[in-house]
Design a protein around this ligand. Structure first.
Ligand code: FES
Ligand SMILES: [Fe+2]
Length: 414
């Protein structure tokens, strides 16, 4: 890896700011492996909602690169994360996407684990067998305001700044008391960074997203990462929301990894529906005044999630890389836990705009990847009017990778 680290470090240092990255960043298997190893295997990653683990015995699974993960909620109420690989001969302990179980039983030879990871039983292993050191391997796991994060690193970065940033914005939405009404998973035939770059600008919205464009403004001060505070319409929106104790101002973390901002929709729209009217009769949170149009609270946390929190529902997106040119995108629609399907909302109406938008973005990303695969591809200039968000993502990615590659190269040189 040191050779590639060295080469990559040089190209990161020589890159031209304000331009896209070179082709290898979107196609090269070695760079993809480094993206996993230095970013996905080291950072805190949003993976699930605590509402998806509603009771003792709930579990859910996911795959992050080479790591199969299982999340559980035990009788003590805590959500924990483990490597989903049996301590006997390594089989996946929970093959299902989600479920409820009193204990986790490996299907291969029935080694049985408690929900806190301890090995409970291992048949026919003899009287000398010591179970105590063969629990499931834990991963760092934190829940904040209904959002569950894991970190696969041996030593995790301090989670305090993530918690401190998110709580004031998210807590009023009471997402830990919500319910996932619908979820969809699609495979994007593009590098994970292309999925993000496409998400970080709305330059393409007017030409590609007719459904979303009915309610979501493509104004750069709303969709980008600069100038929001200078836009009087946004400032007025923040003033109104903050007077109802809703943190709203644009906030970007010092390292550029996480952003929150509450933005107005195209009024009078209050939700991402074809009419702009709420998709759910029951408000998502009982703590937010019903007559206040709170627009959309926007959150991103690189490298796995962007989100929209509305008055009637919330939508989360989870990005997981599958290969140099393949990415999984999972979208979840959250509603008040007591909202009843068919009475308070219609699933088609709730999901129509973002199902259509995701499909349009899937095609955009695929076409983008095909064009970039060509050996003649060279990065073009980014718009300084509409693509500040793309520049910000690329800057974050490059500085993060550079930070995490430098020790290798320095070690090699010494
Ligand atoms: S691999 Fe799990 S019990 Fe054997
Ligand atoms: Fe899009």
């Amino acid at each position: 890896m040191t050779m590639i680290s060295d080469r990559l470090l040089r190209s990161l240092r020589e890159r031209v700011p304000g331009m896209g990255l070179t082709r290898e960043f979107y196609t090269d298997a070695d760079i993809f492996a480094l993206d996993l190893e230095r970013i996905f295997y080291r950072d805190w990653l949003f993976v699930a909602h605590s509402a998806e683990l509603p009771e003792a015995g709930s579990y859910l699974t996911l795959q992050i690169g080479a790591y199969p993960i299982v999340l559980t909620r035990a009788a003590d109420g805590l959500i924990r994360g483990f490597i989903n690989s049996c301590r006997h001969r390594g089989a996946r302990v929970c093959p299902d996407a989600a479920g409820t179980a009193a204990r986790l039983v490996c299907p291969y030879h029935q080694w049985t684990y408690r929900l806190d990871g301890r090995l409970f039983a291992a048949p026919q292993m003899g009287s000398e067998f010591d179970r105590s050191r063969l629990g499931l391997k834990p991963v760092h796991c934190e829940a904040v305001a209904g959002y569950v994060f894991v970190c696969l690193a041996e030593e995790a970065p301090d989670f305090g700044p993530v918690r401190g940033h998110l709580e004031p914005y998210l807590l009023p939405h009471r997402l830990s008391e919500a319910r996932v009404a619908f979820h969809s998973t699609i495979i994007e035939e593009g590098n994970w960074k292309l999925v993000w770059e496409n998400n970080r600008e709305c330059y393409h919205c007017a030409g590609n997203h007719p459904e979303l464009a009915r309610t979501y403004p493509d104004t750069p001060t709303i969709t980008s990462v600069t100038g929001a505070a200078d836009d009087p319409r946004i400032a007025e929106h923040w003033r109104r929301c903050e007077s109802a104790a809703l943190a709203s101002e644009f906030k970007l973390s010092a390292d550029g990894q996480m952003r929150t901002a509450r933005m107005p929709l195209l009024e009078p729209a209050v939700s991402y529906t074809m009419t702009g009217r709420p998709a759910v009769k029951r408000a998502l949170s009982d703590s937010i005044p019903r007559d206040l149009n709170i627009g959309a609270l926007l959150l991103f946390h690189y490298p796995t999630t962007w989100n929209h929190f509305l008055g009637d529902h919330a939508i989360s997106f989870r990005v997981l890389p599958l290969g140099p040119t393949r990415t999984e995108l999972t979208t979840k629609w959250l509603v008040h836990r007591d909202a009843v399907e068919g009475v308070d909302y219609d699933v088609d109406e709730l999901t129509r705009v973002w199902i259509a938008t995701n499909e349009q973005d899937r095609r955009i990303v695929r076409e983008n990847q095909i064009g970039m695969n060509c050996p003649t591809y060279e990065p073009g200039p980014l718009s300084n009017v509409t693509e500040d968000g793309v520049r910000q993502f690329i800057d974050w990615y490059c500085s993060r990778l550079e930070q995490r590659l430098s020790p290798d190269v320095l070690r090699e040189a010494s």
